[in-house]
Design a protein around this ligand. Structure first.
Ligand code: CP3
Length: 341
């Protein structure tokens, strides 16, 4: 299927574009009343994510309602632990919770390497339905968590400010940690390949908890596994978003991927210098900037665009859009990017 709007794919590959493409991390979700309506028709997040027709519907909502240049499949990074044998719950207003976690080598026996097509059939079906319904209007992004971030949830059992159980594991049980990280990596490669077979046009790896590791641990326990994933995927462009990992920008420049996602904690010019000219940069407006007035949102967006001028760029926020942001402000952000020359 030929894409009618392939700005995202061309920008990722460093080809010329008429204007900068724009989408938002977590665009399919609670900022939209239309999402909340679908969400209320089912028992909860997990049922929604596991019902392919509904997952496809909420995936397409931001394309229709906000005018973004890409859809991202509605799912969660935590489907991988579940497919490996460690199910999660999504607790209303609190986030993910794992009734069982990994604490010792014997716990690894509970786990298997996931096969993307069979164990995550519902995501693959949602991708097929979404592709058909999009009919080439915009590219569809597939995604997975980076192995370190998935590991952090599997050890910790929930979100955490410090992820101290997961961080302790890296110090106390390095061999066990590497074993589990390798199982997650193999599962993730299978899963991303299944998403690509089902039709996604680009994949993004989210290392949301990159920034809590010291550089030596990041280089030992995260980067090698992201490297394996990038080296295993050839069919579509790849984006790596490692939140808070400003300390490995140079190493990120060496990854076998097209695009590096930026958060808002470090200057764009500095990131560009460290990453080098051969990658597209994605980001990076402060998500809190959308709490400002319409004029402030427009000014902040234009200021961001000025800083990316002349280099390969995909516009986005520096992290997922916050759930209480007014969709009108998101529209102003998107329209400002589209009008920018
Ligand atoms: O981007 C999109 O619009 C696609 C859908 C998507 C979700 N989660 C849906 C979701 C994506 C790409 C994710 C990724 C994800 N999930 C990450 C990486 C990106 C990031 O934000 O750093 C992480 C760390 C998670 C884990 C997760 N899922 C948490 C911590 C929570 C609870 C906090 C929160 O943001 O709600 C979730 C729940 C979740 N994932 C929701 C949605 C729409 C909200 C649950 C609901 O609607 O009931």
């Amino acid at each position: 299927m030929q894409l009618k709007n392939d700005l995202l794919i061309r920008a990722a590959k460093g080809e010329s574009v008429e204007r900068t493409p724009v989408w938002l991390m977590r665009q399919a979700g609670r900022i939209l009343p239309e999402y909340r309506a679908v969400r209320e028709s089912v028992s909860g997040f997990i049922e929604l994510a596991q019902t392919p027709e509904l997952a496809a519907e909420v995936t397409i909502q931001p394309v229709d309602l906000l005018g973004v240049d890409a859809a991202i499949i509605f799912s969660d990074i935590l489907v991988i632990p579940e497919a490996m044998g460690l199910p999660y719950e999504m607790v209303e207003k609190r986030g993910p919770f794992f009734p069982e976690t990994i604490q010792s080598a014997s716990d690894l026996k509970k786990l298997r390497v996931a096969n993307g097509t069979d164990d995550l059939r519902y995501v693959i079906d949602a991708i097929s339905i979404t592709k058909k319904a999009l009919n080439g209007r915009v590219p569809l992004i597939g995604f997975a968590g980076a192995p370190w971030t998935i590991f952090a949830y599997m050890i910790e059992g929930s979100g955490s400010k410090t992820f101290s159980k997961a961080r302790a594991m890296l110090y106390r049980e390095a061999i066990l940690s590497h074993k589990l990280l390798q199982m997650i990596t193999d599962s993730t490669i299978n899963y991303l390949k299944a998403q690509i077979d089902a039709g996604v046009n680009l994949v993004q790896v989210f290392d949301s908890w990159a920034g809590i590791l010291p550089p030596d641990h990041y280089k030992e326990f995260s980067l090698p596994y992201i490297t394996q994933i990038c080296d295993a995927i050839h069919e579509v462009p790849k984006t790596v978003f490692a939140k808070g990992a400003f300390f490995v920008r140079e190493e990120m420049g060496q990854l076998n991927c097209e695009t590096i996602g930026l958060d808002w904690n470090i200057g764009i010019a500095e990131s560009r210098k460290m990453i080098g000219p051969d990658k597209t940069l994605q980001g990076n407006l402060d998500p809190a900037a959308l709490y400002g007035s319409p004029k402030q949102v427009e000014d902040a967006t234009n200021a961001m665009m000025d800083q990316f001028k002349g280099c390969r760029h995909i516009a986005n926020l520096g992290h997922g859009v916050y759930p209480d942001i007014d969709p009108e402000m998101v529209k102003i952000f998107i329209q400002t990017v589209k009008n920018y020359r």
